[in-house]
Each structure stands twice: as structure tokens, then as C-alpha cells.
Design a protein around this ligand. Structure first.
Ligand SMILES: [Zn+2]
Length: 324
């Protein structure tokens, strides 16, 4: 329909982003807002709807919202439910029903990692590939996987939860209730925890000692690492070593053509990726060496999930118009 657009929403543990997207996959307008994931979802939904309607009002007259797809951690696309995301205090929640009570627009849900892998394959760095594992390294770790061109959502619909593969059963406490999960090491919060562990048993002078845990960001750590701060450099070395090891194991299970890394942590660039590549080469099985590409997303932060979610929303509106 003329003037029709869709909304792709990337719900993150810290921030959420709404993108209004046209049929060609162009993000016309985008807005980021705080998720406040420790507040109940009943407070999140009205804020989300307000952002969508405010953005919509900025489009030319006659623009019509054809569908909304939410990309969320712990989303079960088959059941339409978000089920206890690790860094949220939401429990098990039917966000679709809550949105539909406020907006009469077809709404669906997809796991954030699944949305991101679709976005990267349709509009990003994985375009043209058909066997791709994607990890989003943000507050937590999301994952999505396409094998032989098919999105793998699994028996329950929960899809892959790579962030909660435990790499140390006696390791760090995770928001999911288990210990040693990958995301407690190779996420934005994981790097901060690594910095504080290093500070507790090393004595070198570093600006990091003057920053509280809550004020510490991966941007600060990566900037200090680039400037040669020994603790910051070591924190990225350890994070990269873990991540390369994890990816080498993943490749032995899934045999992808490429692994795509996205999310805020990847903005650290070579400070992260150099140790990742070294560790990956060290641990990967010989037969995969040289054949698996380690790629970093070239889309802006959150846009892969928005574009993937929007592409699902377009499929939804096309299916609805065929039924009508
Ligand atoms: Zn966990």
C-alpha cells in the first residue's frame, strides 16, 4: 500500500531502538530510549508506543503503520512470549497483547539474535551467505543462526541461547541463575567485571581505579586500552581470548561460512578483534582453519535487529494483504 511503513524494534537490556522502515529496507526514522528493564513491562509498553507514534507523526501525511515486530532477548516467536530475559525484571510476558491494547496494528515478536542474523544476511555484512552464526555482544550476548539458508528456531521456538553456554561451571554468577555463562565474560558487562577482577589483584597505576563500576563503560575501557593502559589492555586480551575459544567451539558444532559479531562491544575494534582472531586460530579445528570468516557488523548499532525485524513485519503485511 502507498505510504505504508513498518516498525522494527530492538529491545535491549539497557536501551531500546525503534526504526520506521520502508519496503526497500531503508530506516526512515530511528529513536533510542532507555529500556529501564528493572521496571515492570507495564511501564515499558506505553513508552514504546509513545516513541512509535511520535516518530510516525514526523512522516509525510498518509503514511500508515503496517506492522510492528519486536526483537527481544528470550523471545519465543512461536509462542509470542518473552520468557524471563536474563537482564530484565519482566518474568514471562505477552508484550504483543499489551501493545495491541494500545495500537490496532499487527504485531509480532522475534528473538533479537534471530532478527540480527536476518538483518545482516539481507542488508549487511552476511549478504549472499547461507550458513551464518551471529553473536550480539551487548549488555548480554544474543545469538542467531541460519543453516542451509534456514533460520534455526529449535524445538521450543526459543532458538539458540549461546550467551548461556557455560564456559566455567564454577565461574561468574549469571543473571539467568547459572554460573560461568559466556555472557558473563564476553559482553559489555563481562568486560567491566574483568576490569574489576584485574584491579583487585594487580597494582599498576590506572585511571580505571578512579571509576565506579556503574560509571565504567566499554567505551572508557577501549579508549584507555588504545592509550596503552595495562589493565584495560589486559581486560580486552582476556575477553578476546575467551571469545576466540568460544567461537572455535561453535564452529566445530555448526560449521558456518561466517561468524558475525555485532553489538556495542564490537565498537572496540582491533583492541577486541586482534585477540579474538589469535585465540580463534589457536583453538579452531584444523579443517575449518582459513575457511570460516570472522566478520564484524558494518550496520550501525542496533540496526541489524531493526532491519531483520522490519523484514519480518513486511512479510507479515504481505501475508495479510494476500489473505484480505
Ligand atoms: Zn546465563
Amino acid at each position: 500500500m502507498e505510504g505504508e511503513i513498518v516498525a522494527g524494534v530492538d529491545i535491549g537490556g539497557t536501551n531500546s531502538v525503534v526504526g520506521l522502515v520502508d519496503k526497500s529496507g531503508t530506516i526512515l526514522l530511528k529513536e533510542r530510549f532507555s529500556t529501564l528493564a528493572h521496571d515492570p513491562p507495564q511501564e515499558f509498553v506505553p513508552r514504546l508506543v509513545a516513541v512509535i507514534t511520535t516518530l510516525l507523526a514526523r512522516l509525510p501525511a498518509g503514511s500508515r503503520l503496517g506492522g510492528i515486530v519486536l526483537a527481544s532477548p528470550a523471545a519465543n516467536a512461536r509462542q509470542g512470549i518473552i520468557d524471563n530475559p536474563a537482564n530484565f525484571k519482566w518474568g514471562r510476558v505477552d508484550l504483543i497483547a499489551m501493545i495491541r491494547r494500545m495500537l490496532d496494528v499487527p504485531t509480532a515478536l522475534i528473538n533479537d539474535g534471530d532478527a540480527a542474523v536476518l538483518g545482516e544476511m539481507r542488508f549487511g555484512v552476511a549478504s549472499g551467505l547461507s550458513n551464518v552464526l551471529l553473536l550480539t555482544l551487548g549488555t548480554g550476548v544474543g545469538a542467531g543462526m541460519v543453516m542451509d539458508g534456514k533460520l534455526i528456531q529449535g524445538a521450543s521456538g526459543a532458538g539458540t541461547e549461546f550467551g548461556h553456554v557455560s564456559i566455567d561451571p564454577k565461574g561468574r554468577d549469571c543473571g539467568c541463575g547459572k554460573r560461568g555463562c559466556a555472557e558473563t565474560y564476553v559482553s559489555a558487562s563481562g568486560v567491566r567485571r574483568t576490569v574489576f577482577e584485574l584491579l583487585s589483584h594487580r597494582l599498576e597505576p590506572t585511571f580505571l581505579r578512579d571509576i565506579s563500576f556503574n560509571d565504567l563503560t566499554t567505551e572508557i575501557i577501549s579508549r584507555l586500552a588504545v592509550e596503552g593502559d595495562p589493565i584495560a589492555v589486559e581486560a580486552f586480551e582476556q575477553t578476546g581470548a575467551y571469545l576466540g575459544h568460544i567461537l572455535a567451539n561453535a564452529v566445530a558444532i555448526f560449521d558456518p561460512e561466517a561468524v558475525v559479531l555485532s553489538g556495542g562491544l564490537v565498537n572496540a575494534g582491533d583492541i577486541l578483534m586482534s585477540p579474538v582472531r589469535r585465540s580463534f586460530e589457536e583453538h579452531v579445528l584444523e579443517r575449518y582453519r582459513g575457511s570460516v570468516r570472522l566478520l564484524t557488523s558494518t550496520l550501525n548499532d542496533g540496526e541489524a535487529a531493526i532491519l531483520g525485524a522490519a523484514s519480518i513485519a513486511w512479510e507479515m503485511t504481505i501475508a495479510a494483504s494476500v489473505r484480505a
